[in-house]
Design a protein around this ligand. Sequence first.
Ligand SMILES: Nc1ncnc2c1ncn2[C@@H]1O[C@H](COP(=O)(O)O)[C@@H](OP(=O)(O)O)[C@H]1O
Ligand SMILES: [Mg+2]
Length: 355
Amino acid sequence: MSTAYDAERQVAVAAVRRACVLTSSVFNKLVRNETLTKDDKSPVTVGDFSAQALVNTMLGRAFPDDPIVGEEDSADLRDPSGAALRDRVVALANEALTAPLEAHEKAEWGIGGRALTADELLAAIDRGNHAGGRTGRMWTLDPIDGTKGFLRGEQYAVCLALVVDARVELGVIGCPNLPADPAQPGGARGCIFVAVRGQGAHQLPLADPLGAAPPRRLAIPAFGADPLNLLESVEKAHAKLSFNERVAQILGVTRAPTRMDSQAKYCALARGDGGVYLRMPTGTGYREKIWDHAPGSVLVEEAGGVITDSRGEPLDFGLGRTLGENFGVVAAGKEVHSRVLGAIKRAKEEEAQGQ
Ligand SMILES: Nc1ncnc2c1ncn2[C@@H]1O[C@H](COP(=O)(O)O)[C@@H](OP(=O)(O)O)[C@H]1O
Ligand SMILES: [Mg+2]
């Protein structure tokens, strides 16, 4: 029996899996051993470009009419000064594209066959140039979300979503460094999180060559993680962490926050491994990018949670490449979410009164 978005889910999971293998290998080859020369730019750049080339190639073959909103474009690679970087990206993307098919993969997704030319791969990267919008289908892609975490060998994620008429219908997040079982932080690492609207949120092991591992259904506990704690960014420039502290005080939270890079925070929340994801703007006018929240938002909703901005407004994925005027992000289980909005309101009033 086929269900809605079956084909999209299969291609997206396969693409994210291959991109996770690619980015892990970039980390092992280029970051751990520090073999990258200055001319090649940073390992993040190499990993970002090659993972976007890989994922966009697969989407382009499977769904040729679908536009993609991706983080990268190929301008740097087309510049003569980017020749060394381009060569590296072409080699890595082709290594990932031509790796033998696994049991659940199909050759018509453009994998397991011939290598592509540099021109074909640059064109694939540029399929990600779509401006976004309110109608029709589009994919969002962040090939390495949490670039700082990636470089530190901590959390990062490969993030892909399908948005239809501004509503996120499918989200796939690959977390190569996230422990499969939160109760065993030193145990096996590498998970994929998959949510299809109306079909629930699930966790799969990242390595699953036969595609036979049973998905684990995720649900946010009704009254939140016990004891409650906040999930927040590691990077102080990305969110106003002092505000989080005050919100935690108002909520009576006694447990220390869990700091984690990337959309791995949404994954931790969806499996009850942390109670509230709170991201307050730092006041620089930065606009959140849709690829940084689209897959995480459907994952949280399908795990039974609620996601809005800090004023309780829905996130608007139909405005273009950014979330526009949405102010921050709050995601939590249903009951906790309304308490957090109340605490934010109070903390803002205190700020306005200069307390
Ligand atoms: N000033 C800012 N405010 C909020 N988010 C920012 C920011 N500058 C960068 N970011 C985004 O924060 C993302 C990482 O999120 P987190 O803080 O949750 O780890 C980055 O994704 P990339 O790493 O893909 O660039 C980037 O898109
Ligand atoms: Mg990102």
